[in-house]
Write a protein that binds this ligand. Sequence first.
Ligand SMILES: Nc1ncnc2c1ncn2[C@@H]1O[C@H](COP(=O)(O)OP(=O)(O)O)[C@@H](O)[C@H]1O
Ligand SMILES: [Mg+2]
Length: 258
Amino acid sequence: MIEFKNVGLKYPNGTEGLKNVNVTIGDGEFVVIVGLSGAGKSTFIRSINRLVKPTSGSLLVDGEDILTYNGSHLRKLRTKIGMIFQNYNLVHRSNVLKNVLAGRLGHTGTLRSILNLYSKEDLGLAYESLQRVNIAEKTYNRADELSGGQQQRVSIARVLTQKPAYILADEPVASLDPPTSHQVMTYLRKINQEDHITTIVNLHFIDMAMEYADRIIGMRAGEIVFDGPASEVTEETFEEIYGRSIREDDKLKEGDQS
Ligand SMILES: Nc1ncnc2c1ncn2[C@@H]1O[C@H](COP(=O)(O)OP(=O)(O)O)[C@@H](O)[C@H]1O
Ligand SMILES: [Mg+2]
């Protein structure tokens, strides 16, 4: 379980990335955070594995305040949280298998992995993870030979190999075309349902969020302006999150195309 209690985060330049955020995310939930660029989505997600550190309040993961963590506690926290990034963060010149085995780093230790001393279990887990996202045929290809969608599937396989309790995905489909985006979202959703891994995904657009999320959290200027099931999202919700009506948005999109 993840609990934000009056969490604020003020960056050194004075920007408030998060303002008095109160939210609880239960085990096994699939939550999508939506909001405009600059709303605080990345700050929210990155606070959970302490890539950034909130400056006020408390942030509990499995009942412990992670804002007090450093050193070995932080490493342990990051071992149980898998991260998926917009730009996949693969090692381009390594093959797919090595990239996926990197998911074991927190468990195996750096020296063993440098020496390629992976256990049979780790290898088995890596192969199985690649199969689960349907990319096993690329196991021995270099990562940079793959398309964006394939690379994101490899990064999902890496997270699966990590065996995390939580998956955080920061705009995982922002660089992908619509069909590929849906494929990636479908895998994330399937893994959440099959393995009961609590999953938090940041997305720009509410329409994609509505298709996949149990629960949507809308952010604007560092604050949570909506928190509820997709079925409760209304035109007013859209206005609160985006600061304009859904009709204006349609007109803008039409304008883009002409
Ligand atoms: N390292 C940083 N230093 C200063 N301001 C930052 C930093 N990172 C993000 N911000 C600011 O914090 C706010 C929230 O940013 P962010 O969490 O990246 O939003 P989102 O992911 O929704 O686009 C924005 O105003 C952004 O400019
Ligand atoms: Mg962001």
